[in-house]
Design a protein around this ligand. Structure first.
Ligand code: NAD
Length: 497
């Protein structure tokens, strides 16, 4: 009998008012049901928002260092339960346990960072232009935050949003992707155990079009933090703009690793394998394009294809597995369609190219690790996000051409350059249009205390991570305290007539 999960609304674990449920299955073994979850509706969202609105009245008044103490406890509990959560996450979404441990660790790092921010949340004091007057700008909480997250980082991404939201004094209604609701539920349980009061955190399970849209449309939701695809992000932006609510969008990517003729090729090889096939290529920062200088193309590309062939697909809980499955049937079909499109457009299939078969793979959404050579910048496989284990390789003549190809997409999230030449490195840092540039390391590997996000259609200008996310979850209030005991008119009384 599959475990039954519930929503958490206004301090109670409850079913959806719809009475309907959905199942979540292991993508490496579709016979294994992780659990059944409420298929919620707008009515459930309304209840959750009502509870969060009510709870905001008291949570906003809790001193930030005290809210920070709760975050420290969250970090401690996550640390104690790291292995168990990592294993549950691998069963739920397939990536290998080495990586799901990293996903939980990112949550731990984010919790301790949020805890310390409770004793900062710095504002500004600025001299007044008038005597006996004190000026300051302070951060204040905003209200109810709707948090909508994807499935590829089931713990890390929710923590990037929920921990700073709560630390700043906001309350939360959370909807995780319907492929990863179990990890999301664990996170809510941990927040409650650490001392987050009822109503301050609420989770509503269900689909994007039903639950997600209801959250974004709700007039009592003050801000929306969304990570997911660019197409859904645009819809959310459109809906939210009607009420002018604040929206943070972290969207798709088409990230490139550039390999120059002076690169350390062994290092570049390790980087591209990790960047392209880690999380089965299902990261927003995954290396989807490999841009190689013509002088090393014929040497380097066979090295990459040869090594990719040796990586072992399988159940992420098994020690000898390097790469897990695609998240679901639809995603595997999308990957296969893109590979076929690439070949039709003239790309050369260097390895992979079809759904994987073999021992232990027959009941999972596995796809062979695929490399397409001779890709040109106009092909769809060079321009569109695939979100799977597919690497498109493009040959270039110069660094300038490499950067130009790198920039030639609608996205701008991550980028990487392998070179031993410091001038090349700094030119790339200056000219690549992306939120993140790595030198001599792969396109993946964000650290929790650094800003994270992209340019162009990867987002709308906000940054998660580090100190920057606290700008999103607070409003500035400007305060003037006049202790002169008389009316002092700015721009008038202090200016010679
Ligand atoms: P998705 O856009 O399909 O779904 C993301 C979330 O939005 C899910 O919770 C989903 O249920 C919900 N949703 C779907 N339709 C909705 C709607 N109409 N209104 C409101 N909510 C809706 O994305 P996904 O398949 O879960 O994740 C993959 C995508 O996420 C990729 O494009 C990837 O690049 C992107 N991503 C971006 C980042 C980043 O930080 N930039 C990080 C991870 C993933």
């Amino acid at each position: 009998m599959a475990k039954k999960f519930q929503n958490y609304i206004d301090g109670r674990w409850i079913d959806s008012k719809s009475g309907r449920t959905f199942e979540n299955r292991n993508p490496a073994n579709w016979d294994e049901v992780i659990g059944t979850f409420p298929l919620s509706t707008k009515e459930d969202v309304n209840e959750a928002v009502k509870a969060a609105k009510k709870a905001f009245d008291s949570w906003r008044l809790v001193p930030a260092p005290k809210r920070g103490d709760v975050m420290r406890k969250v970090g401690d509990i996550l640390t104690a339960r790291k292995e168990e959560i990592a294993r549950q996450m691998t069963r739920e979404m397939g990536k290998v346990v080495l990586e799901t441990r990293g996903d939980v660790q990112e949550g731990i790092d984010t919790a301790y960072y949020a805890s310390s921010e409770g004793r900062r949340l710095f504002g500004h004091t600025v001299p007044s232009e008038l005597p006996n007057k004190f000026n300051m700008a302070i951060r204040v909480p905003i209200g109810v935050a709707a948090i909508i997250t994807p499935w590829n980082f089931p713990m890390a991404i929710p923590t990037w949003k929920i921990f700073p939201a709560l630390l700043c004094g906001n309350t939360v209604v959370f909807k995780a992707a319907s492929d990863t609701p179990a990890t999301a539920t664990t996170l809510v349980e941990i927040l409650l155990e650490a001392g987050v009061p009822p109503g301050v955190i609420n989770i509503v399970h269900g689909g994007g079009t039903e639950v997600g849209i209801a959250m974004v449309e709700h007039p009592d939701v003050d801000l929306v933090s969304f990570t997911g695809s660019t197409s859904v992000g645009k819809k959310i932006s459109e809906i939210a703009s009607k009420s002018l609510k604040r929206v943070s969008l972290e969207l798709g990517g088409k990230n490139a690793q550039i390999v120059m003729d002076d690169a350390n090729l062994d290092l570049a090889l390790e980087g591209v394998l990790w960047g392209a096939f880690g999380t089965t290529g299902q990261r927003c920062t995954a290396t989807s394009r490999l841009i190689v200088h013509e002088k090393v193309y014929d040497k380097f590309v066979p090295m990459v294809a040869g090594s990719a062939k040796k990586l072992r697909l399988g159940d992420g809980l098994k020690d000898n597995t390097d790469v897990g499955p695609c998240i679901n049937e639809k995603q595997r079909e999308t990957v296969d369609e893109y590979v076929k499109i690439g070949v039709r457009e003239g790309a050369k299939l260097l390895t992979g190219g079809k759904a994987a078969s073999g021992d232990g793979l027959s009941k999972g959404w596995f796809y062979e690790l695929t490399i397409l050579g001779d890709v040109t910048r106009t092909m769809r496989v060079a321009r569109e996000e695939i979100f799977g284990p597919v690497l498109s390789v493009i040959k270039v003549k110069t660094l300038e051409e490499a950067i130009d190809v790198c920039n030639d997409t609608m996205y701008g999230l991550s980028s990487s350059v392998y070179t031993q030449n410091i001038n090349n490195a700094y030119q790339a840092i200056r000219d690549i249009k992306a939120g993140i540039t790595y030198i001599n390391s792969p396109t993946i590997g964000a650290e929790a205390h650094m800003p994270f996000g992209g340019v162009k259609e990867t987002g709308n200008g906000h940054r998660e991570g580090g100190w920057t996310v606290y700008d999103f979850f607070t409003e500035w209030k400007t305060v003037y305290v006049d202790y002169s005991g008389k009316l002092q008119r700015a721009q008038i009384d202090n200016v010679e007539k």
